[in-house]
Design a protein around this ligand. Structure first.
Ligand SMILES: [Zn+2]
Length: 116
């Protein structure tokens, strides 16, 4: 399962950051995930619940922000939300699409309890 390896690397990175900050507990991990990233949100939530076992993130709440896609036309620089078909730019009709947002997969923030 693709989502499990993603979940494991999220847990890995978040654990390392928590460690660097001398965290005793991580209360919340906020993730930005683009809806065009190809990740299934339900599968990822499940995978995270498996991946946190025996890590500092066990019991941590995950907040997943779904990032809507935004495209820029490389030809005329028009910014737009792509339709279902991801077709041509609505301004100039060219097919030179660049995703500005919507394909990301990143840890936005970590809420931790620090050691005394
Ligand atoms: Zn255009």
């Amino acid at each position: 399962m693709h989502e499990l390896s993603i979940a494991m690397s999220i847990v890995d990175i978040a654990s390392r950051k928590a460690d660097e900050a001398s965290a005793e507990k991580v209360t919340l991990v906020e993730l930005d995930i683009g809806i065009m990233s190809g990740i299934e949100f339900i599968s990822l939530e499940f995978a995270l619940s498996v991946a946190v076992k025996d890590s500092i993130l066990e019991g941590t709440r995950f907040k997943i922000n779904r990032i809507e896609p935004l495209c820029e036309c490389s030809s005329c620089n028009h910014l737009y939300t792509p339709g279902q078909d991801f077709g041509a730019c609505p301004e100039c009709g060219k097919q030179e699409i660049e995703f500005i947002r919507g394909k990301e997969l990143q840890i936005k923030s970590l809420l931790i309890d620090q050691k005394e």
